[in-house]
Design a protein around this ligand. Structure first.
Ligand code: GUN
Ligand code: ZN
Length: 438
C-alpha cells in the first residue's frame, strides 16, 4: 500500500499524545480518521463507525502504538558527517578544529546533495517529522537542502548560516551585503518551492561571528517578512565571556540580541544554559523559545540547562539534537538526555524535582510545536491538526532474552522513551503522507 496516494485513511489501535506538559493521554483502542492529511476525528474509545468512504483502515497490532511526530528544534545538517567527532574539546576549539573545516566543503553542491539526502532520510527514520535545520554559509547548498526536504516530505524550517567575522579558517565568511543578499535568496527560493511544510529561518550563527549591523539587518528582514529566526545563545562559559568583550555596551548576551531586534515570538535560541533571571524574563516578554540540546550540552561539556527554571520563567522550550555538537540525531535520545541532565541537576540543587518521562515526551512533541507557535497544527492528535505521526513498534524490544512479556500501553511508552531506537520507528507520516517505513 502506497499511502502517498492514500491520504484518506483510518488508523485504529493504541494511541497516545500529550494532554499537558506533564500528562500523557493513553488510549488502548482509539480511532483517528485522516482526510487530506488532516485529523477529522479522534475517537478515544473505539466507538466510531468507520465507513467505506473513510478509506483504508490501518490496524495497529500488539506491541505497536501511534504517537505524534517528533520535533527537533535544532540540528546542523552539514555537520552530520562529523557526528561523534571532537567531543573532547570545548565549543570554540571544536568549532575551529572540526566544524568550520567540514562546513566550508558545502560550497560543493554535489557533496552537499549527497550528505543532505542522507541526513533527511536519517532524521525521518528516527521519527523526526519536523526539524529546524541550520545549513552551512552557502546559499546554493542550503537551497538544495530545502529542495531535498521538500522532496522527501519532511516538515522543516531551514536557514543559511550568516556570519561576517571571527571565523578562524579561510574562505568561510561573507561580507555583510553578500550575506544579506544570500539570506534573502534562500528565503525567496524556499518560498518558491510552494510547499507550506518548508519554511526559511534567518540564521545569524551566533553573536561572536556576527557584528551588530548584520544582526540588525537580519532581524529587520525577518520581521518585515514574518520569518523565523534561529541562533545560539549562552551555550558555553568562554563563549559568554567573548560575547561580553565584543559587545561591552550590552548588559548581557540576551541584550545583544534584544538590541539587534533578534528576539521575536518566531525566534529559536539553541542552548541557553547560562541565562540569568533578567535574561529569561526578557525572553518570556518577547515570546522567544529555547531549543534544549542536552546531548550536545553534555558531550561538548558545555553545561546543564535547567528546563524547570526556563518553564518557571514562562519561557517556551522544546528539544534539539544539535548534531554534531550532539552525537545522536534522534529526538528519542534527546528525551533520554533531558532526563539525565535534570537528574544531574537534582544532585546539585536541594529539593529539585527532575523531569519525568511525561515531561520530556511533551518537550519532544507538543512543547516543541508550542515553541514554534505551531501548536494548532502539529504536536498532538487534536481534531483539525495535520496528521504528523509515528507508528512505534515495541516488539523488537519486547523479547529480551527470548521472553515475551505482556506490557501495558504506558509501559510500552516508558520503554520507548528509556530504551527506544530507530528500529522501533516503523512508519512515519507527515501531513498524512507516509514518508518513512520499514
Ligand atoms: N555556536 C555557533 N555555532 C555553533 C555550532 O555549529 N554548534 C554549536 N553547538 N554551537 C554553535
Ligand atoms: Zn547548534
Amino acid at each position: 500500500m502506497n499511502f502517498k496516494q492514500h491520504e484518506n485513511f483510518v488508523i485504529q489501535g493504541p494511541i497516545i499524545h500529550s494532554l499537558s506538559s506533564n500528562e500523557i493521554g493513553y488510549y488502548e483502542n482509539a480511532t483517528i480518521v485522516v482526510k487530506k492529511g488532516k485529523i477529522v476525528s479522534f475517537d478515544s474509545e473505539g466507538k466510531i463507525k468507520v465507513s467505506a468512504n473513510d478509506g483504508h483502515v490501518i490496524k495497529l497490532i500488539n506491541g505497536q502504538f501511534l504517537c505524534p511526530g517528533l520535533i527537533d528544534l535544532h540540528i546542523h545538517a552539514p555537520q552530520y558527517p562529523n557526528i561523534g567527532l571532537g567531543m573532547d574539546m570545548p565549543l570554540l576549539d571544536w568549532l575551529k578544529a572540526y566544524t568550520f573545516p567540514l562546513e566550508v566543503k558545502y560550497g560543493d553542491l554535489e557533496f552537499a546533495s549527497k550528505v543532505y539526502r542522507y541526513v533527511v532520510k536519517s532524521t525521518l527514520s528516527c521519527g523526526t517529522t519536523m526539524a529546524v535545520y541550520y545549513g552551512s554559509m552557502h546559499c546554493g547548498s542550503t537551497i538544495k537542502l530545502a529542495e531535498i526536504i521538500s522532496e522527501l516530505g519532511q516538515r522543516a524550517i531551514v536557514g543559511k548560516a550568516a556570519m561576517n567575522r571571527n571565523i578562524p579558517i579561510d574562505n568561510y565568511t561573507e561580507e555583510t551585503t553578500q550575506c544579506l543578499e544570500h539570506t534573502q535568496k534562500v528565503a525567496d527560493c524556499v518560498k518558491n518551492l510552494k510547499n507550506p511544510l518548508v519554511e526559511t529561518a534567518v540564521t545569524p550563527r551566533f553573536a561572536i561571528t556576527c557584528d551588530m549591523p548584520l544582526l540588525q539587518s537580519l532581524a529587520k528582514m525577518a520581521v518585515d517578512q514574518d520569518l523565523y529566526i534561529q541562533t545560539h545563545i549562552s551555550e558555553n562559559k568562554t563563549e559568554v565571556e567573548v560575547v561580553k568583550e565584543l559587545y561591552p555596551e550590552c548588559i548581557d548576551y540576551t541584550d545583544v540580541y534584544d538590541k539587534a531586534g533578534i528576539l521575536t515570538n518566531k525566534t529559536i535560541l539553541a542552548h541557553g544554559i547560562y541565562l540569568s533571571d533578567r535574561e529569561l524574563d526578557v525572553l518570556k516578554e518577547r515570546g522567544t523559545c529555547i531549543a534544549h540540546c542536552p546531548n550536545s550540552n553534555t558531550y561538548l561539556q558545555s553545561g546543564l540547562c535547567d528546563v524547570r527554571k526556563l518553564w518557571n520563567h514562562g519561557v517556551k522550550v522544546g528539544l534539539g539534537t544539535d548534531v554534531s555538537g550532539g552525537c545522536n540525531a534522534s529526538i528519542v535520545d534527546a528525551m533520554r538526555c533531558a532526563l539525565a541532565t535534570s537528574t544531574h541537576l537534582s544532585f546539585q540543587i536541594e529539593g529539585y524535582k527532575p523531569l519525568n518521562f511525561q515531561e520530556v515526551f511533551y518537550l519532544a512533541t507538543l512543547g516543541g510545536a508550542t515553541a514554534l507557535g505551531m501548536e494548532n497544527k502539529i504536536g498532538s492528535f487534536a481534531v483539525g491538526k495535520d496528521f504528523d505521526a509515528l507508528v512505534v513498534d515495541m516488539m523488537p524490544l519486547g523479547g529480551t532474552a527470548g521472553v515475551m512479556l505482556e506490557h501495558t500501553l504506558k509501559e510500552h511508552v516508558q520503554k520507548f522513551i528509556y530504551c527506544g531506537e530507530t528500529k522501533n520507528v516503523k512508519q512515519v507520516f507527515v501531513e498524512g503522507k507516509l514518508v518513512h517505513s520499514k
